[in-house]
Design a protein around this ligand. Sequence first.
Ligand SMILES: *Cc1c(COP(=O)(O)O)cnc(C)c1O
Length: 355
Amino acid sequence: MTYTPVPTDPALAPVRINLLSDTQTRPTPAMRAAMADAPVGDEQIGDDPTVNALCARVAGLLGKEAAVFMPSGTMCNVAATLVHCRPGDEILAHPTAHLISREGGAHAALGGFQVTAVPGADGQFTPAAFKAALHPRNRYEPPQTLVSVEQTANIGGGTIWPKTALDEIVAIARDHRMATHMDGARLLNACVATGISAPEMSEGWDSVWLDFTKGLGAPLGAAMAGSRDFIDEVWRWKQRLGGSMRQAGTSAAGCLYSLDHHVERLKDDHTNARVLAGGLAQIEGMVVQQPQTNLVFFDPAGTGVTGAAMVAALRQRGVLLATMDGRIRACTHLDVSAAMIEETLGLVRDIVRAA
Ligand SMILES: *Cc1c(COP(=O)(O)O)cnc(C)c1O
């Protein structure tokens, strides 16, 4: 995975349109007010009422027995594998998975796990490819104890795993005595886009988590759900990793606010992404992946402007985005309006014309 460094030269025009990531959202005034007013306690001893309310809400939302508030999505992935696997175990995931490329090698460093990449198009592997990657338990090969998917698949283009594929993967994993983990950083984008509820989408998955700091627009926090026993074990790792918190209710209040006010509007992000992709696709030579949710991947090389040159030229004009694996990723979110999409399209057309 290669990323263009994000230009941070202070001489550059201020960023007016931030398409870099849905993590770039700022808490709204109403969200800040909800955070300021939140009742709080000591989260580490289970005594923060707002965190407890959030955990109950997320467990219900995802249709699981229990949930735990975590500082980040990365810590959800790390704690999940630490609970599901033993040293020497093998985790199966797509080569572009966040847990392979973006977690500092945590799963090897902390768990002693090896992650085997199961390839496939658009950030997803087929049930058949998954099955083909499995071997019977034997003395020689590592025990394959966990399969992980991203819903939606980030580097895959924000694509949505079909529910039928998810169900088949769960069934295959069960037959193979493997646990199942869903990285749901953008799960609600998939739910809003398809109309499939979160409990249905994650049905049969042993662990699933939501990130509040992506399209939901909260400043901090993720929550992971599963069986009561699983969540008890996650709590032990959360403590070991230093992730237990104190008056975390202030943050949890932002997350609750986001569930109340920022879920249905993810549709707007998806519309903006489609408009952006449609406009880009009209530019001759531009290669655009049709978005399913809020991520738009495109490659301008065929227009005569390289991805890196396009990123730099847009940044000059106050638009921030970056390349990932040679393509540009533009991300729509709470702080990106339809007018900003139109303006960005105009700027891209100007840059291509000038080249
Ligand atoms: C952002 C992201 C994560 C990590 O979440 P953080 O809250 O940033 O730690 C994990 N998986 C996917 C697919 C993501 O997009």
